[in-house]
Design a protein around this ligand. Sequence first.
Ligand code: UD1
Ligand code: CA
Length: 451
Amino acid sequence: MTTALHVLILAAGKGTRMRNGRPKVLHPLAGRSLLEHVLAVAGELDPARVVLVLAPGMEEVAEAAARSGLPLSVAIQDPPLGTGHAVQAGIAGLPASGEVLVLYGDTPLIRARTLQELLAARRAADAAVAVLGMDPPDRTGYGRFRQEGGQLLAIVEERHADPELRRSGLCNAGVMAMDAARLPELLAAVPHRPDKNEYYLTDIVELARQRGWACVAVEGPWQDGVGVNSQRQLADAYQLFQDRQRERHLELGVIMPVPDSVHFSADTEVAPGAMIEPYVMIGPGVRLEAGARVHAFSHLAGCTIEADAEIGPFARVRPGSRIGQGAKVGNFVETKNAWLGAGAKLNHLSYVGDAEVGEAANLGAGTITCNYDGFGKHRTAIGAGAFIGSNTALVAPVNVGAGALVGAGSVITRDVPDDALAVTRPQQAIREGHAATLRARYRARKTGAGS
Ligand code: UD1
Ligand code: CA
């Protein structure tokens, strides 16, 4: 028999240490908010219900969470009086059977496999409480475990811990798995802490021990438990997250000569055998297929780079772009909402937006789709095998047929039929010897002025 799992995510804290008035859990970390990271992990555990604990006035957070697609409800803690009080608000309305797992909205690097181990350890010991411990390089601000002979006796908040416990005790990551049947009795017994006007969730460990109920501590990778309370810690969490992404992609077989300079988003998908050169920034919604190559200093977001296509160096591929198999987007090229067919080339200094480019079409240096008239966006379609001369402006909406040729420097405002030639520049005039005549005249003027 499997017991129902209920996940509580505590996020009622004001996050004042972030110093910008924005709800802490909505701060972004690699293309997702802190809360979205935690919700994604909660979802991996297949919970019967997820309860998000918020303070009054946090509607923006509730709306963001509702988009997760999880079986989610929101509990309001009014006013927020500490983590113990938050769990009490969160379990109201939940059945008093099964398991309750508490996660913090400000602990975004937690992983499902770490949580599975914690849940398994609680079940194995039939413990009232199982807590995740860690040994991070910077221990400031965390509660400490008091342990004896494999039993967890208490969690002591840092400010109440003696120097010896501060030094030697495992740090409390904040994640707890609990037996739902025994939890209400423990929460009801949590004392009020007048110094902070709070009820500490951490006090339930000692209360369980007083009742003779088992409590277990499970040490996990410290990165999983890193909490974000300040901009500094958010930046640190970002680095840890990137390190993980880099390792994961290297293990998968992605070629990255300088992994530390490549930045991923949480949802980046890269096939083995794709190559990413140094200093590449990958925003949300990017997929690279096998053999795709992204050269240095490129910026990608919301795009698919098909097999063997090449990007950059110094390219910007924006949302809605799909770069076909073996196609090329070269230096100082920007694409947006653009589909490039297989083998199409867009090699230098171009902007292609709201466009469809056929297979093997070649767009010369400086080709610009003029897609915006100040009011609306318009589309450009370029047929397969078309050749667009350098410095051409394609004034959308406009179609260039398959196999058509557009002369360099043209401003194309009307459709070009298949296999037609279109040129819009004026005729070239030649005046034999006139350059020499002009030079002589200018030289004479300059010497005359200097004397
Ligand atoms: C807490 C733990 C500490 C642990 C650390 C791990 C307690 C008393 N302390 O400290 O042992 O090492 O987390 O990161 O539990 N929250 C509410 N309602 C409240 C107060 C907080 O929902 O009334 C939420 C916050 O939004 C946050 C989480 O609970 O997501 C933790 O609160 P925070 O104030 O950050 O606790 P810490 O001081 O970090
Ligand atoms: Ca915290």
